[in-house]
Design a protein around this ligand. Sequence first.
Ligand code: ACK
Length: 218
Amino acid sequence: GPLEETAIPLFFGWFLCPSFQEKLKSMAKDFLKTLAGLEAFKKHLSDFTGEAEKEVDLEKFFQDKGMLHCTTKFCDYGKAEGSKEYAEQQSVKDRYGNMSELTLSTLFLTPRTLGARVSLSEEQLQLWPTGAEKEAVPDANLPIGSRAHVTLGCAEGVEPVQTGLDLLELVQLQQQGQEGEQVEDLELGSLTYYGKGMWVLSLKEPTVAPACFSSYYG
Ligand code: ACK
């Protein structure tokens, strides 16, 4: 009967330690504050507002989406394709509850989402579900794990799933050789504009985030 079955969660992923969540949130806040003050950003403000002269408070623009994490497999309680197989995978069972260090390589934002890109290690890639990138962008050949991210905020009415999709759009542009417009060297790293309101801050020093591999039932 149902009580003997293992319940499949909403999603599996790495959950950032509470103290580090605060650190990352304040880092993102500082970044937004700096960005908002840059002439280069103001020049492209209409990407966010739809109007040239209108002001935008980026900190209010991106709404908090709760506990910071890096999703590996979105299972939707078993309804998502491949979720049962993922939940039963040996590496998932072995690593469940283990601590890991996530490397955050960039902060990025679009008119929809604000996120941090995660560079997964070989070991962490063993927990990455097959087809995560193909499922999102079937026509491209994107590197495995290139969708890995932490959602830091979403514009009003935007679902967090969008953050990974926005990241893949950026990865695709980079893969196609688009270098973007290198705008400025900030204290945290170099800032690049990719058009259509897409900004990337490459961190000078990748930030290491302690996180626990687990799952969320909601
Ligand atoms: O920010 P995220 O990675 O985007 O974390 C949340 C988490 O699952 C709970 O909603 C992510 N998510 C939602 N739908 C999907 C999906 N279809 N594919 C991959 N990740 C998803 C969302």
